[in-house]
Design a protein around this ligand. Sequence first.
Ligand code: AHR
Length: 511
Amino acid sequence: MTTSRTRVLLHPDFTVGTVDRRLFGSFVEHLGRAVYTGIHEPGHPASDEHGFRRDVADLTRELGVTTVRYPGGNFVSNYRWEDAVGPVEQRKPFLDLAWRTVEPNLVGTDEFLQWAEREGIEPMMAVNLGTRGVEEAVALLEYCNGEAGTRWADLRIANGREEPYGVKLWCLGNEMDGPWQIGHKDAHEYGRLARNTGAAMKLVDPTIELVVCGSSSMQMETFGAWERTVLEHTYDVVDHVSMHAYYEEVDGDRASFLGSGTAMDRFIERVVASADAVGAQRRSDKKITVSFDEWNVWYLTTRFPGEENLPIQRDAPRIIEDVYSGLDAVVVGDLLVTLLNHADRVPVACLAQLVNVIAPIMTEPGGEAWRQPTFHPFATTARLAHGEALDLRVSTPAITTAAHGDVPSVTAAATLADGALALFLTNRSAEPVEVELAHLGASLDVAEGWTMTADHEAAVAGPEHARKVAAEHWGAFDVATRVATGDGTTTTVTLAPESWTALSGTLASPK
Ligand code: AHR
């Protein structure tokens, strides 16, 4: 039984902006098992001659990840990158204070950048502005991008890498507004340091793009004021401001959790408004864009004990290995809908993280690598979303939630590349919904469809659980059973309760 009607208006001429492929980024931090026994495990039967797991690289490719941020995260704020380059046997372990873990330094800048290069991934590097500053950041940039004939570029060459890596994207520290951050600073202190560091880095390589730290979440007490102050210091030097957000179901409040995409939407609008206010004050035509370089579902308040309560550990401990459900996957799909709808101002985003740590890909040391339920909506969106994001008009009943007030019951995003349409729809309500797609004289043909439905079971760790969720809640469907062509100007799609759907087909203006 269908209980509500929803209308989505779409036309090829109405667009938001071009989808930057860096929107499908991810993140590998030296945290838990993201690096060791995640991407890297010498001796594993699937490992290559560099000690990197081929099975994980294959899944990364299937996931469609375009960009990977490295080496942190909180980790970067006490990192000495120089200690993790050169002969591996001469490198010394250090105690990482962010995650209270002994870091063996077996994987460092060269190993990571060469892995990314082999896998066709664009690296996004972060510099330490917690315990360090301008000099070390400039040295790292010179090590990565410098031509022969300077101290740090020559060190890279001596370490076996002749060609500069040409890393374009650089984060000026991580979450510097957070009191948990090693070397945490107030907005003025950080703003000045970020400006000086960024300006010096652009002297080394003017082609780089810089990301300045925004707030760690919209819930931070300093949110808004932080963006304003930091951007007042850095506006002329930086290109992007970072955003981080994690969502979870708290106290069984499913409706609020399913409405997380609306919270993300409001967060983006507020950060963009803050950046534009600084630009307006300066009478600047430059637009700062958003690097949403950490986003995901993370049971942060309900399953994570807090960094300060972690015992000191070594040998790649299991830290924040959240197991995801079909419900979590529906929310991940919906968060991607929000990101696509902001294609004009959000060119970079990173699903945090890639492997084992709140990740779509999991591994067993010495064993198999497997896909979490959240893998599927990400991989499908990354595969289908190309070209221009369409400016859709969605009319749909509201759902009232405790955390976000009224949120739309159905959300939608669409992209169009040379007539190839991808349409993404989330039904946040507990009822099936019939969506009328009104295409205003353009012709619409739907060829294929995939859907993820929410489950109601408690998550159980392991590949067996993930396979069960995938078999029961995820998959392609026969479009004839859910998509009906109307009079040529409308098409209807039926969405299952609490589901995320992707459709691919064509959309063309009348000749
Ligand atoms: O992604 C896990 C952690 O979350 C990152 O290290 C930090 O930046 C954020 O708080």
